[in-house]
Design a protein around this ligand. Structure first.
Ligand code: ARG
Length: 588
């Protein structure tokens, strides 16, 4: 369905035309003086030059034709030439009732749905998940849901880092500890055990131990590099260990992402695309795209008007090893052949921007992707601590994701128990839900590309622009709706009525902006604008709530109208938080 702004703009265009002016001047915007009006049109000011007339005269001419308007209850020309607009209560109520009945709250589905892949998450197998991966998961999940809501065919791919040096390190350390295992016996030809020779707990200890040891011991490091090389070149025993590492880690990752309410359609990784590399290298050489530079095989991707040097894309190191660039190019080959996407969105730390510039240019230049495929890089900023430096543990180490979530949940638990109305068990479950919302909202309410400060106290507060505040508002609405039903009211099929009070109308106007807001969020891939919107809706609701006796209203008809408005407001908020990737509890 059309947005409210479209409808009133059309009305304004007709008035401009009827008054003898070009309709292109009839642009309506939200009022920047909400004390005076709800919407405004400044077109008369722009038209003044073209028509050599005072803007106020044009504004007056136009408003003459708005007297009988179906949308405006008042359209006032004010000096020097603004048109101040207020909407008819019946028009707003009608719009909301239509929205309540339309599917997707009035958001129209993409006419030509696109096939879109989202590359996000990107954890490195066997290394602990840290807060750096948190942002990719949170933002990527929300982007995926937003783009999907519009009716596109969307696939989220985790793109595991599962083929690097960390694997060589683990193999080396394991061999040091348990040399008797068949994986390490050079000419072993039998079957390898089904059971992994380690648990996830052990694995989590092995990697950091090996990594630290390698930093101090050159010989060990060489060994780990050699093991990586042999793994990549197919050494049977190492491959078998690798499979165990994968199984154990992926099961653990799945648990972690489930806690985050993040869900991938594809669990592919760097290892899956190694098979495309030899042919790709051949092609790049044969078609003359790649050349050797200092022993390394590279593709030049600099462009004339670059204002910063863009180094060549590295295909093979001088020792023949593939690199990060190589893997991302090979991944594009696979994506083209298996999924033929119209667009791929990469949600990755903005410090990797140059890498993606190189890869995208190389992929386009060499025909690895079709020219029409849109490769989009959504780089996000760093999550900092209160000291403005990358977020660390109290001891100064890299914060692990689980610990961070635990910290937030504990803080949430304290706050919930403070004004406790629920049992301890329920409080714990609620603290999980609200804690996750606190983290996600705290992240998503900032523009993704910016750094932000992770502030546990602020994020977990029930007041202000926070996740818990939004959830609290939803829970409050739910509780009113429940009470209404308990008292025998049927909440279905109620119609929203013309507003009586100012705060009621204000809430209606906010709620009515949903499809308009959604289009902007979708076009700009900007979840932070959805956060700003639900904050406005929540504020408008709470103001209405404090000024209105909803359930105590004696006029049953009016009460029913309130309930219908609450239902729609709740739906809007719930759809939005779902698109942001979190949910509300029943009580809190
Ligand atoms: N595993 C990488 C890292 O931890 C992120 C992967 C991002 N996606 C990609 N296609 N390169 O930095």
């Amino acid at each position: 369905m059309k947005t409210l702004l479209m409808l009133i703009t059309t009305e304004m265009e007709q008035a401009f035309k009827a008054a003898g002016y070009e309709e292109s001047y009839a642009k309506v915007t939200l009022s920047n003086r909400p004390d005076l009006c709800e919407y405004q049109c400044n077109g008369a000011m722009a038209a003044a030059k073209a028509y050599k007339k005072a803007p106020i005269m044009i504004a007056e001419d136009v408003t003459e034709y708005l007297r009988e308007s179906a949308c405006f209850s008042s359209a006032e020309a004010v000096k020097p030439g603004f048109i101040n607009l207020k909407l008819k209560p019946a028009f707003v109520a009608g719009f909301l009732n239509e929205m309540a009945e339309a599917g997707n709250l009035g958001v129209e589905q993409e006419k030509e749905p696109k096939t879109i892949m989202i590359d996000y998450g990107g954890p490195n197998v066997a290394k602990p998940l840290h807060v750096g991966h948190l942002r990719s998961a949170i933002i990527g999940e929300s982007v995926k849901r937003i783009v999907r809501f519009k009716g596109n065919k969307v696939t989220g791919d985790i793109h595991l880092g599962d083929w690097g040096y960390q694997m060589g390190l683990i193999i080396t350390e394991l061999e040091k500890r348990k040399p008797e295992l068949p994986y390490f016996i050079e000419d072993y030809e039998g079957e390898y055990p089904e059971e992994a020779p380690f648990t996830i707990g052990e694995l989590e200890e092995i990697y950091p131990a090996a990594s630290a040891y390698a930093k101090e011991h050159e010989e060990y490091r060489e060994k780990a590099l050699q093991a990586t090389y042999e793994l990549q070149n197919g050494r049977r025993g190492y491959r078998a260990v690798w499979k165990h590492i994968m199984n154990v880690s992926v099961a653990d990752l799945k648990k972690n992402y489930q806690v985050l309410n993040v869900d991938f359609d594809l669990w592919k990784g760097e290892a899956d695309v190694q098979k495309y590399i030899p042919d790709m290298v051949e092609m790049l050489k044969e078609k003359g795209f790649a050349h050797y530079d200092d022993g390394a095989l590279v593709v030049d991707v600099a462009e004339e008007d670059d204002n910063k040097a863009v180094p060549p894309c590295m295909i093979l190191k001088s020792d023949g090893a593939a690199l990060y660039d190589t893997t991302d190019l090979a991944t594009l080959i696979e994506r083209e052949s298996l999924y033929r996407p119209d667009q791929i969105i990469y949600v990755v730390d903005k410090r990797q921007e140059l890498h993606f510039v190189q890869v995208f240019r190389c992929a386009k230049k060499t025909g690895i992707v079709r020219p029409e495929v849109e490769l989009k890089y959504l780089g996000f900023g760093t999550m900092n601590g209160k000291d403005g430096k990358p977020f660390k543990t109290r001891e100064g180490g890299v914060m692990r994701l689980e610990n961070l979530l635990r910290e937030i949940t504990e803080e949430m638990m304290k706050k919930i128990m403070d004004n406790r109305t629920v049992t301890e068990d329920e409080a714990e479950a609620t603290a999980q839900i609200v804690g996750l919302a606190a983290v996600k909202y705290g992240d998503l309410s900032n523009q993704a590309s910016k750094d932000y400060i992770f502030d546990v106290d602020r994020f977990t507060s029930f007041e202000g622009n926070t996740g818990p505040y939004i959830l609290y508002t939803i829970v409050r609405i739910k509780s009113i709706l429940n009470k209404y039903q308990e008292n025998g009211g049927a909440a279905d099929a109620l119609r929203i009525q013309e507003p009586c009070g100012g705060s009621e109308k204000a809430l209606m106007l906010e709620t009515a902006k949903f499809n308009e807001m959604f289009e902007t969020v979708y076009e700009e891939i900007a979840p932070h604008k959805m956060c700003a919107y639900i904050y406005d809706v929540a504020n408008a609701f709470n103001k209405f709530y404090h000024e209105t006796r909803i359930l105590a209203e004696e006029d049953e008809g009016r009460k029913a109208g309130y309930i219908a408005l609450l239902k729609l407001t709740k739906e809007v908020l719930e759809v939005c938080i779902d698109l942001l990737g979190f949910e509300a509890p029943e009580r809190m």
